[in-house]
Design a protein around this ligand. Structure first.
Ligand code: SF4
Length: 360
């Protein structure tokens, strides 16, 4: 981490920010409305530094800068795919690199953000998993990806970000200390509706239960990829710690919490998890927790010689689920030409850095 002990305004929840900034201005004999001004600059103006807060007196901007930092990530690289998908590689204050992806569709602009630098889960189908774990992100570093992406989208005529998914690098529910406040900040501070924010997990049971207990209706996406314990164990090492039956019970609690939508993500890997006999067990799991199933063709990674299931097989899966009454969609893989699969841009960039190339 960096040698800067000023608290990061981006890591505060709106309530914490209000109280810290109020206290700061009170100690300087400043009027109460100064706090409103700072709030507006943070949540609406997306200010990156107190120097941008032009309606504060110069000495108050300087005093604010001495007391707090605003640790938004810097752009290390940006790539725009032929299909419009935009991948950012962000450099954090200590030089660590993380990715986020903007995915435009006809009616939405979805931002996929990272919650950890690297990941300790070791899922065998995932580039980030093979790269290992570096460190947890702070709430401010998670929120910072949203602010910087929103600014980029504004400046490049992509319109407002409508949805946020925690599906980038890392397992969000293994970094709950930062992810919980980041959800509060995005929802209450930046005004992103809870139903427009999805937290993705490979099955961290205590985290699913905590999310179920929150009053907001954040969505949950379970990276399932296998409907039985044996196959799941070969893809997701977490099966040993949180086996499928325990996981399904946690999902039931989430579903019973009311109005909270669950999605199953099922990456279809040729010859690995696409046998037609798996349709029945997958449908049963989906029915138990009323989950919507997304079938996603596997995006090849450098560490495995696996390929995606054929379109014929994916459609047969979709038809089989649908015939059993399960709501299902086949998702296209976005941004293939720019390595938009989880962890790949960072992975390739680290390789380039090791070889001596300098990303922008
Ligand atoms: S799929 Fe998610 S949890 Fe698994 S290794 Fe990749 S980033 Fe980590």
């Amino acid at each position: 981490m960096i040698d800067d002990d000023r608290p990061d305004l981006l890591s505060f929840t709106p309530t914490e920010l209000r109280s810290a900034v109020e206290e700061h201005f009170r100690s300087r004999g400043q009027p109460g409305y100064r706090t409103d001004q700072v709030e507006r600059w943070i949540y609406e103006g997306l200010a990156r530094s107190p120097s941008e807060m032009t309606d504060l007196p110069a000495e108050e901007r300087e005093a604010l800068d001495r007391a707090f930092r605003i640790a938004e990530p810097e752009t290390a690289m940006v790539q725009v795919s032929e299909d419009g998908t935009v991948k950012h590689l962000w450099r954090l204050a200590d030089g660590e690199l993380v990715e986020s992806v903007l995915i435009p569709t006809q009616r939405r602009l979805t931002l996929c953000i990272s919650s950890q630098a690297g990941c300790a889960m070791g899922c065998t189908f995932c580039a980030t998993g093979w790269g290992g774990f570096d460190r947890q992100l702070t709430a401010g570093e998670i929120v910072g990806q949203y602010r910087a992406s929103r600014r980029w989208a504004d400046e490049n005529d992509h319109g407002p970000i409508s949805n946020i998914v925690y599906m980038g690098m890392g397992e969000p529910l293994s970094n709950r200390k930062a992810v919980h406040p980041s959800l509060t900040i995005l929802n209450q501070g930046y005004g992103v509706g809870a139903r427009r924010i999805t937290v993705s997990t490979v099955g961290v049971v205590p985290g699913i239960i905590e999310l179920a207990e929150r009053p907001e209706q954040f969505r949950l996406a379970l990276s399932l990829h296998a409907p039985d314990s044996e196959l799941r164990g070969s893809l997701i090492p977490l099966e040993k710690r949180h086996p499928l039956p325990e996981l399904v019970e946690a999902l039931e609690r989430f579903e019973e919490a009311g109005g909270k939508r669950i999605t199953f993500e099922y990456t279809m890997i040729d010859g690995v998890n696409d046998a037609l006999e798996l349709i029945g067990p997958l449908a049963q799991l989906a029915e138990r927790v009323d989950a919507f199933v997304n079938l996603i063709p596997f995006n090849p990674i450098p560490y495995q010689d696996w390929g995606p299931s054929s379109p014929v097989r994916i459609n047969a899966f979709a038809d089989g689920l649908s015939a059993r009454g399960v709501a299902v969609a086949v998702r296209e893989t976005r941004g293939r030409d720019i390595d938009a699969a989880c962890g790949q841009l960072r992975g390739h960039t680290l390789v380039q850095i090791e070889k001596g190339a300098t990303p922008t």
